[in-house]
Ligand binder design. Structure first.
Ligand code: PSU
Ligand code: MN
Length: 305
C-alpha cells in the first residue's frame, strides 16, 4: 500500500470518521495565475470547512503523495516553477523519481481512492477537445471516471471542449452524469447549454445514495455531478464563443499539443476576457466545494445509519 502523507486536519478527520472532500492541485499550478491561485485554493478549503467537512488538497511533493496540504505547502506549490501536471499516465513515474507534480482530476481520483475519500470537488473535468476527430485529444479524466469510485463535483466540462462528444464518451463508458438542480448540462462559465444532462438530482442525499448504490451493485467507477455556476457569476456562452474560438486558433497556430492544450486555452481566455473568466472560475469552484461537502456529509450519515 502506498505511503500517504496526511495533513494534520485530514488525519484528525479520518480518525474521527468525519466527512472529507478531495481537491485537485492542477487547477492551482496550471489553471490559475499566481497569486490568486493560492488565495483561491485556501478560500475553497475554507468553504469546505464552513460547510462541515475537511478539505484534502492532493499533490505529489518530492516523491510523496500528500492528501491534504499544510498552508505553507500550498503556498509553495502555488508559486513553484516547473511543477508537472500529473494524470493517470505520469503519477507513478513522478512518485518513483522523487518529483513534484500537481494532480489533475484523474490523478486526484486515484489518490482519493487510496485515501478512502469518496467525494472530490473541482472546476471542470477534462473531456473531448474540439477537433478530436483529427487530434484524438480526449482527457484521461473520462476513463478515470469509468474506473475509480469517486463522485466528482464539477461545473460540467470546460466550454473549450466539445461538450456533446464529451457526453457521448461518458455514456459509452457508463459514467452517470447528474445535473444538479436543473435539466441542462452546464457549460463551466455558463450555467446553461443546449445539451440535456442524462440525469438530474436536486439533493445531496440523492447523489450520496446513488454513489452508495453503485458500490452495492459492484459497479466500478464514479459519478460526475454537473453543478451549474451561480447565475449571478456566469458569462453568457454567446459572449465567450468567439473568444474560445480565437484561443483555439491561437493554440493551433502555435502548435500547442498534449497536456499543454488546456492550460494554454485557459490562459488565453483569461487574457481576452480581462480576468472575467477567472472570476467566474473562482465562483464555480467555490460553489462545487460547498455541494461536495454536503454530499460527503450525506455519505457519512448513511454509513453511520
Ligand atoms: N478545472 C479548472 N481548471 C483546471 C482544471 C480543472 O477549473 O485547470 C484541470 C483539471 O486538473 C483537469 C485538467 O483534470 O484541467 C484537464 O486537463 P486535460 O484536458 O489535459 O486532460
Ligand atoms: Mn488532452
Amino acid at each position: 500500500m502506498i505511503d500517504l502523507q496526511f495533513s494534520t486536519e485530514v488525519r484528525a478527520a479520518r480518525d474521527a470518521g468525519q466527512p472529507i472532500v478531495a481537491l485537485e492541485s492542477t487547477i492551482i499550478t496550471h489553471g490559475m495565475p499566481h497569486p490568486q491561485n493560492v488565495e483561491v485554493a485556501a478560500q475553497v478549503e475554507q468553504d469546505i470547512r464552513d460547510a462541515g467537512a475537511t478539505p484534502a488538497t492532493i499533490a505529489v511533493i518530492e516523491g510523496r503523495l500528500h492528501v491534504g496540504l499544510e498552508p505553507e505547502e500550498l503556498a509553495q506549490l502555488g508559486q513553484a516553477h516547473g511543477v508537472s501536471k500529473l494524470s493517470r499516465a505520469d503519477m507513478a513515474a513522478c512518485l518513483a523519481t522523487g518529483g513534484t507534480g500537481a494532480t489533475t482530476v484523474a490523478a486526484t481520483m486515484i489518490a482519493a481512492r487510496h485515501a478512502g475519500i469518496e467525494v472530490f470537488a473541482t472546476g471542470g473535468i477534462g473531456g473531448v477537445h474540439q477537433g478530436a476527430e483529427t487530434s484524438f485529444d480526449i482527457s484521461a479524466d473520462l476513463h478515470e471516471l469509468a474506473q475509480t469510485p469517486v463522485t466528482v463535483v464539477a461545473a460540467g466540462a470546460k466550454a473549450i471542449l466539445d461538450l456533446a462528444k464529451t457526453l457521448e464518451v461518458l455514456e459509452t463508458l457508463g459514467v452517470p452524469v447528474i445535473a444538479h438542480g436543473q435539466d441542462a448540462f452546464p457549460a463551466f462559465w455558463s450555467a446553461q447549454s443546449p445539451l440535456k444532462a442524462p440525469l438530474r438530482m436536486d439533493s445531496a442525499e440523492d447523489i450520496a445514495r446513488a454513489h452508495a448504490m453503485r458500490r452495492e451493485l459492484g459497479l466500478p467507477g464514479g459519478q460526475l455531478v454537473a453543478n451549474p455556476i451561480p447565475e449571478a457569476d456566469q458569462i453568457p456562452a454567446t459572449e465567450l464563443a468567439p473568444i474560445i474560438a480565437e484561443a483555439q486558433r491561437d493554440a493551433a497556430t502555435h502548435c500547442i499539443t498534449g497536456k499543454a492544450v488546456t492550460p494554454y486555452l485557459l490562459q488565453r481566455i483569461f487574457e481576452r476576457t480581462e480576468g472575467r473568466s477567472l472570476t467566474a472560475n473562482i465562483a464555480l469552484v467555490r460553489n462545487n466545494a460547498r455541494l461536495a461537502a454536503r454530499i460527503a456529509q450525506a455519505l457519512c450519515t448513511r454509513r453511520g445509519a
